[in-house]
Write a protein that binds this ligand. Structure first.
Ligand code: FE2
Ligand code: FE2
Length: 288
């Protein structure tokens, strides 16, 4: 991995996702029952911790050692917020915690945190994923995130906003269809990913008995390039829809449970999705 790439990519990841993590802590806190004082306090601390890391990321010089140390510190903090999200989610889905966050939202923001941590660990340990595999992982990750956003918007709009609820649901369905297509392409082009997911999660990361992992290397086909274009197009569509939603929320022209910060949060994530997918597109184009 070249040094400039390591520095640029680390800073790009940190400057975006630390702010997102801080906002997640705020969303969790606002959705907790007001009697859960200890959880509210932990959420408050995490919000501050990631706000500080965002400020630090903005000031980190473009120098390898400083960037590596920043990554290391953010990886540590991510361990803490992932544990917190896991604890809150488990209590929610076992009906021992009420409040106003959806369980799928908690799972969604934990997925975002887990992927951010994987990205930093890959950078700090010089791990590169083959292009076809990377393309599909990025596409499937973002398709699921964009689909979740669509359903969150549909479920947080006031039921009286019928046409907007319907448009949001149509986006949800569109992203689900694309994600299924992504999974079809994934088992065609990256059969090892398919095999791995059949293994018990506890075996992953360790050495596997002979017979595993001898499937062919992933490869790029023209259909994958076309698919990436389709994912970008759908993401641009929901990005524009979210931009309109943010406007409506900010000007108090829509009835919903969506705060201006949440509307802006999902819009910024769509912009990040496009940035990631366009990087994949550039890489795929060099294969032509
Ligand atoms: Fe998020
Ligand atoms: Fe999200």
């Amino acid at each position: 991995m070249d040094k400039a790439y390591f520095i640029n990519e680390s800073l790009r990841q940190n400057r975006f996702w630390t702010q997102i993590m801080s906002e997640h802590a705020l969303f969790i806190r606002e959705g907790l029952p007001c009697t859960e004082i200890a959880l509210i306090e932990e959420a408050r601390q995490l919000e501050q911790l990631f706000a500080n890391l965002k400020a630090r990321a903005d000031q980190t010089p473009r120098e390898q050692a400083a960037v590596c140390a920043l990554n290391q510190e953010v990886i540590q903090a991510l361990g803490r917020i992932i544990e917190f999200k896991t604890f809150v989610l488990k209590r929610m889905i076992t009906c021992s915690l009420g409040g106003f966050n959806y369980p799928l939202l908690m799972d969604h923001i934990r997925r975002e945190a887990i992927r951010f941590r994987v990205n930093l660990l890959k950078l700090n340990n010089n791990i590169q994923t083959p292009l076809a595999e990377l393309a599909l992982e990025e596409e499937i990750f973002w398709l699921r995130i964009m689909g979740d956003h669509a359903w969150f918007i549909a479920h947080l709009l006031d039921p009286s906003e019928r046409p907007l609820v319907q448009r949001a649901s149509e986006f949800g369905e569109k992203f689900e269809t694309l994600r299924l297509q992504g999974e079809d392409l994934q088992s065609m082009l990256v059969p090892r990913d398919y095999e791995n997911h059949l293994l018990p999660a506890s075996l992953m990361g360790g050495p596997l008995p002979p017979g595993f992992g001898n499937l062919k290397e992933p490869f790029v086909i023209p259909r994958l390039q076309r698919f990436n274009g389709e994912v970008i197009e759908a993401t641009m569509g929901i990005r524009d829809f979210k931009a309109v939603a943010l406007q409506l929320v900010e000007t108090c022209k829509v009835l919903s449970l969506i705060s201006p910060l949440l509307a802006s949060h999902v819009l910024r994530e769509a912009e990040m999705a496009l940035a990631d997918l366009e990087r994949v597109e550039r890489e795929l184009n060099t294969m032509k």
